[in-house]
Design a protein around this ligand. Structure first.
Ligand SMILES: Nc1ncnc2c1ncn2[C@@H]1O[C@H](COP(=O)(O)OP(=O)(O)OP(=O)(O)O)[C@@H](O)[C@H]1O
Ligand SMILES: [Mg+2]
Length: 300
């Protein structure tokens, strides 16, 4: 029995640092030019694997569902999962290219991302082995297409059996897809403020979101107040992030959400769980990379 199974993307992130300067809102490469790369770094990213690593390092028995190719990136993704003691419960497709992102850093340290989602969004429901999906919780991050349909079908089946469902959709999903069928099934919904405003017109964001289905709602707002509503005891909770120096913020949202949910999985109070989410996100922000600095400790 797993404590949690995550279902989301797995991507090879390639960080390309050049001396290309920004011009206004753009960063441009001259046609026909050859640009020298100053620094090149590789890292496995994607909401599905980032959060699986966070859960596993906190001592949860963790599985991951997603789809990858049998290419070099796919092998690196599998290596990471193995190293982090996460069971791969997804599908490897022969001849397919795994998810891949080129993160082009400008001289001013902003970035443009070219991302190839590819095979991530092509996981069919018949490609997962339902009998192996025995878990207390499922945690979803954003996927589209066939994989999104698979997510919906799986969440419907599992929540009927009493499995708890945590969801952290991003803005591009909220813009494109009617998420109401998912929200009805949610035990926990975690969003940032902009995303929350897209889903509800209610002035009270927490209550507006709760009315769409989720029992527990959390809204984050960068370095501003984190707010939470728990409908089980009809209470609201607030937590202020600490002042920290931002080094690289990729993965902050994933770290917060997985830390919070890990607390709930181990029956911590809402406040203790929020504090764990905060600690995870701050750790990630203070260091380069989405998961390098995730906590390693056995949560009891
Ligand atoms: N500048 C910051 N200073 C301190 N803490 C921060 C900062 N930015 C983010 N955090 C922490 O990370 C949490 C999540 O950040 P945020 O609200 O930006 O989520 P997000 O927009 O979903 O992030 P992501 O883009 O990674 O999905 C915050 O609640 C806070 O705890
Ligand atoms: Mg987010």
């Amino acid at each position: 029995m797993y404590d949690v199974i995550t279902f989301g993307s797995a991507v090879m992130d390639v960080f390309v640092d050049t001396d290309t300067a920004e011009k206004g809102k753009y960063m441009g490469y001259k046609v026909g030019s050859k640009i020298l790369i100053k620094d090149l770094e590789f890292d496995i990213g994607g909401g599905g694997t980032n959060t699986a690593v966070a859960f596993s390092r906190l001592g949860m028995k963790t599985g991951y569902i997603g789809k990858i190719g049998d290419d070099e990136s796919g092998r690196k993704i599998l290596d990471l999962l193995k190293k982090e003691k996460i069971k791969f419960l997804g599908k490897i497709k022969q001849g397919a290219i795994s998810g891949y992102s080129l993160i082009l850093d400008s001289k001013e340290d902003n970035r443009t991302i070219l991302t190839y989602k590819g095979i991530n969004n092509e996981l069919g429901f018949d490609e997962i082995k339902l009998r192996k999906i025995k878990t207390k919780w499922i945690y979803y991050s954003s996927l589209l297409g066939k994989s999104l349909n698979t997510q919906k079908k799986l969440a419907t089946i599992l929540t009927q059996k009493g499995v708890k469902f945590a969801f952290n959709p991003s803005d591009y999903l909220i813009k494109r897809i009617n998420l109401k069928p998912f929200l009805k099934l949610c035990e926990v919904l975690i969003l940032n403020k902009e995303e929350a405003k897209m889903l509800t017109k209610n002035k009270d964001l927490l209550i507006g979101l709760h009315k769409l289905g989720p029992k527990i709602v959390v809204v984050t707002d960068k370095n501003k107040l984190i707010s939470c509503y728990d409908s089980h005891n009809k209470k609201k909770y607030y937590l202020k992030p600490n002042k920290i120096k931002v080094v690289e913020r990729t993965g902050a949202g994933d770290a917060f959400a997985s830390g919070f949910v890990a607390g709930l999985i181990r029956n911590k109070s809402i406040m203790q769980s929020l504090k764990l989410g905060l600690r995870e996100s701050e750790g990630v922000i203070k260091h380069f990379g989405a998961k390098n600095n995730l906590l390693r400790m056995r949560l009891k």
